[in-house]
Design a protein around this ligand. Structure first.
Ligand code: APR
Length: 320
């Protein structure tokens, strides 16, 4: 059977890291696309030349032509600009919305059967816009944010408790921005919920509150340190987890920016919720019971996402 074809639209920091991870994991053949001439070709050649040492056979091709995306099974979108220190993700909306238009049209014309994972920020608005521009079914277009936010939460919790990250599960809902909702009740160490660990004296409520806030600010912390761009290793790894769930029909339960119509009282908006990803794309949106304070935080986050959608529609009236 032919290897799956994985198109990476955007060959910058995240795009290059995605290509490398796909090669190392032998998930499929890679097409790296970018508008910058030479960048996707150069990265593809560089990664291909790590093949003899790593022992992979997946092929790497760089291109500036959308036609080369034809027949892609998975498409991961990172095209656009990342933020600089002092910027919020929302500050990128004007530039990146235009990029989503050209990328969406390229996907529609050349790989309409792909499972599409969007990473470009501001995520919840860009994945919505990409779906609108591409016209693909909602269950085949999803945004990567929750896996990354949860990974950050899990990392910080593992440091606090001095336990393996493997044993920490975490749960983040809502938009990929300052209003995201890291859920303390649904996060555990080896199945023990965080409130129980506070009661057991493993940590204090104050320390837990600080970890929740550090998770919300996780992207900005890295932007502040790097100064020239935003995080790319963990974002790429998170998107690969989602792509692998689709390609291998793993039925993973992962927090993703998915189209939600019905659950959580929503009427068709992209926002971070737990979903099942398998061969059918987003196969199910999982609605968990929220208490009053979690519901209030989620509502606030949804309002922030709706504000971004209004801004998108003002910039591009065809979206209205
Ligand atoms: N079509 C294709 N590629 C484009 C386009 C376009 N219209 N516009 C820009 N690009 C390319 C750039 O040439 C660059 O190679 O997108 C790439 C983006 O790479 P980086 O600047 O290195 O950004 P990266 O760190 O990969 O982040 C990409 O993901 O997490 C988000 O906020 C982040 O929106 C940003 C995106």
């Amino acid at each position: 059977m032919a290897r799956p074809k994985i198109a990476l639209i955007g060959a910058g920091q995240i795009g290059g890291t995605l290509a490398h991870l796909i090669a190392l994991k032998e998930l499929g053949d890679v097409i790296l696309f970018d508008i910058a001439e030479g960048t996707p070709q150069g990265k593809a050649l560089d990664i291909a030349q790590s093949g003899p040492s790593e022992g992979f056979d997946a092929t790497m091709t760089g291109t500036n032509s959308y036609a080369d995306l034809a027949g892609a099974d998975v498409c991961i979108v990172t095209a656009g600009v990342p933020r600089k220190p002092g910027m919020s993700r929302d500050d990128l909306i004007g530039i990146n919305l235009k990029v989503m238009k050209s990328v969406g049209e390229g996907i529609k014309a050349h790989c309409p059967n792909a499972f599409v994972i969007c990473i470009t920020n501001p995520l919840d608005a860009m994945v919505w816009a990409l779906r609108e521009f591409s016209g693909l079914p909602h269950h085949k277009v999803v945004g990567m944010a929750g896996v990354l936010d949860s990974a950050r939460f899990r990392h910080f919790l593992s440091l606090e408790f001095n336990v393996s990250m493997k044993d920490v599960t975490a749960f983040v809902l809502g938009g990929h921005g300052d209003t995201m909702v890291p859920s303390v009740r649904y996060s555990t160490v080896g199945g023990i919920p965080l409130p129980d660990l506070v009661a057991m004296g493993w940590t204090t409520q104050e320390k837990l509150d600080a970890i929740v806030q550090r998770t919300r600010d996780g992207g900005a912390e890295i932007v502040g340190l790097l100064k020239t761009g935003s995080a790319f290793y963990a974002p790429a790894t998170s998107a690969i987890e989602m792509a692998e769930a689709y390609l291998k029909d793993q039925k993973r339960l992962l927090p993703c920016a998915a189209h939600v119509k019905g659950p959580y009282g929503l009427d068709g908006i992209y926002v971070g919720v737990p979903v099942i990803i398998g061969a059918g794309g987003v196969e199910r949106v999982v609605e968990v019971k929220l208490d009053a304070s979690e519901k209030a935080m989620l509502d606030k986050s949804i309002d922030a996402v709706k504000g971004l959608l209004t801004a998108c529609k003002a910039i591009d009236p065809t979206l209205a």
